[in-house]
Write a protein that binds this ligand. Sequence first.
Ligand code: P6P
Length: 336
Amino acid sequence: MTKTRPTLGEFIIDNQQDFPYSTGELSRLIRSIRLAAKVVNHEVNKAGLVDITGAAGEQNIQGEDQQKLDVFANNTFIQTLTNREIVCGIASEENDEFITISGSRNDHKNKYVVLMDPLDGSSNIDVNVSVGTIFSIYRRVTPLGTPVTSKDFLQPGNLQVAAGYIIYGTSTMLVYTTGHGVNGFTLNPALGSWYLSHPDMKFPENGNIYSINEGNYAHFPNGVKKYIKYCQEEEGDRPYTSRYIGSMVSDIHRNMIKGGIYLYPKSTKYNKGKLRLLYECNPMAFIVEQAGGKASDGYQRIMDIMPTELHERSAIFCGSKKMVEKAEAFMKEFGD
Ligand code: P6P
């Protein structure tokens, strides 16, 4: 008799003790993300039919306005989170400013804020490559009953209460942590249920995959150039394999399963790095660390960086612990 895998709903109930301070709100928050992910998944999966359903910015054959998928994903997550009366504020890559949610009683009594990249790597959709949603959850730090302020969003990653991603790939998965390890759930689209397919995910301590856009080689710091050459040398378990999808969620997800390192360093093109600290680097760093990996900007732990701006960028080196430590050693010796 094969063991049936719990659904995400059953898993949340079975692990309610993971949220000691929550009166079920954090569980409801994860459930609302689960719902929005199903809606976005449906749209992403039919993106290839735009000439039938209508391209973004045009009317589809039903005469409905076709939204760009990242706008659609953004609106879907915002609407779902707002309707569920759980969060007091949302920050998104798609919105310049954070959104204040006062609640139906207009009393600002909800205690969580969500920061998200609603559809990371959306340029890959036109070429049918997997994309992802990334989310990060904090308790608010300003008094309940007052509108959120930037202080509630500009928190270091080490204060996250939960983080996760949805990967819209050959299958659709929701992977998240609440600080008690990392678990992956796969959507059965026929049933609309998510099943625990990857319990207690762990990064292999070492690996032989490196993921970086080598097209930027000329713009990289010397330490990164030296590390790339190290990966390519004939020595021991090297050369490593180069794998770069151009979708952070997909590259990190593959490396977590197979072992590997993902790097998006600073460069003369991106002097602070390209990826956003608050809703890309921090949530992915939380997951990577909870899976036994390491995440830094080449020098300091990502989750210890004190944010100063909502959309600030950071370099990121993350993945198998020993690979990140090796890359950091090259940064220490050869620097920027
Ligand atoms: P580049 C997608 O735009 C993204 O934010 C990440 O998902 C991805 O890893 C990276 O940027 C790709 O950037 O400059 O290599 O195309």
